[in-house]
Write a protein that binds this ligand. Structure first.
Ligand code: SF4
Ligand code: SF4
Ligand code: FES
Length: 279
């Protein structure tokens, strides 16, 4: 399914899929403690509570969950608006990434009420009370809601995500027919937010060697491009028990993609191409 307008983005709060207590089996120094409750703004009548994960590597102490009362009459409708409101009006030390604020740059991905999504396309009205905001899971945290994506972008670089050709350059563009162009639909739209990879159990256990759904979807985007002439080399690089075959079709990735893409299908298509070239 390709989301073609913001009206199609699911607005209902999704079920919390992993109701295991956050601190279950966690080392004492990593347990999330109850943090500070910041007072509600004076005179505000329409308030919404946000429990926000805080972690400062330069301070002693465990991560904590701070509670902020956001004045909805003074704030935009999206979760990202609430975070900007908190940072501007209450605590300027709150760290999070954002750029485009319209679901294009992929930088504001985080875990909201138990679901990975983009803060700029999640309505506050779809959040529980209190709304719970954590960084993406299964990543080292730099500060507060900012995960370290160094490893994920190193994996992305491994698939050489650019057009590779062997034939001489034509005088003008390398053309595609409209039919060939549609083959990359559902793949070129990926914004590398890594909501899917953060939600993939196989990447939790084998993330050092399994490329994960975001990178594999991107790999298929180049395999599906009629102009690319490195199909054999690309498949050679992916045909590996860990890089590709640690995907067990659990499909958490497809369920959580805020762009409505289907990384599980892309991975299945790569496996199909590898089988077909053996026949
Ligand atoms: S389908 Fe594969 S890539 Fe997607 S969540 Fe499951 S194991 Fe991970
Ligand atoms: S496939 Fe979807 S969830 Fe995964 S990185 Fe791309 S846009 Fe984000
Ligand atoms: S700010 Fe760019 S996707 Fe949310």
């Amino acid at each position: 399914m390709i989301i073609e307008s913001s009206d199609q983005v699911p607005r209902t709060t999704l079920l919390k899929r992993f109701p295991v207590p956050r601190n279950f089996n966690v080392a004492p120094e990593s347990r999330i403690e109850r943090g500070r409750t910041w007072p509600a703004p004076v005179g505000a009548t329409r308030l919404k509570a946000f429990d926000v994960y805080r972690y400062d590597p330069d301070a002693d102490g465990n991560p904590r969950l701070d509670t902020f009362e956001v004045n909805l009459d003074d704030c935009g409708p999206m979760v990202l608006d609430a975070l900007i409101w908190i940072k501007t009006k209450v605590d300027p030390t709150l760290a999070f990434r954002r750029s485009c604020r319209e679901g294009v740059c992929g930088s504001c991905s985080m875990n909201m009420d138990g679901t990975n999504w983009l803060a700029c396309t999640r309505f506050i009205s779809d959040m529980g009370t209190p709304a719970t905001i954590y960084p993406l899971a299964n990543m080292r945290i730099i500060k507060d809601l900012v995960p370290d994506t160094t490893h994920l972008f190193a994996q992305y670089e491994m698939i050489e995500p650019w057009l590779q050709v062997k034939t001489p350059d034509p005088e003008r563009e390398r053309l595609q027919s409209p039919e060939e162009r549609t083959k990359v639909d559902g793949y070129y739209e990926c914004i590398l937010c890594f909501c899917c990879t953060s939600g993939c159990p196989s990447h939790w256990w084998n993330g050092d060697r399994f490329l994960g759904p975001a990178v594999l979807l991107q790999a298929f985007r180049w395999l599906a491009d009629s102009r690319d002439e490195a199909t054999g080399e690309r498949l050679d690089g992916l045909e590996d028990p860990f890089r590709l075959y640690r995907c067990h079709t659990i499909l958490n990735c497809t369920r959580t993609c805020p762009k409505g893409l289907n990384p599980g299908k892309a991975i299945a298509e790569i496996k199909k191409m590898i089988i077909e070239r053996q026949i």
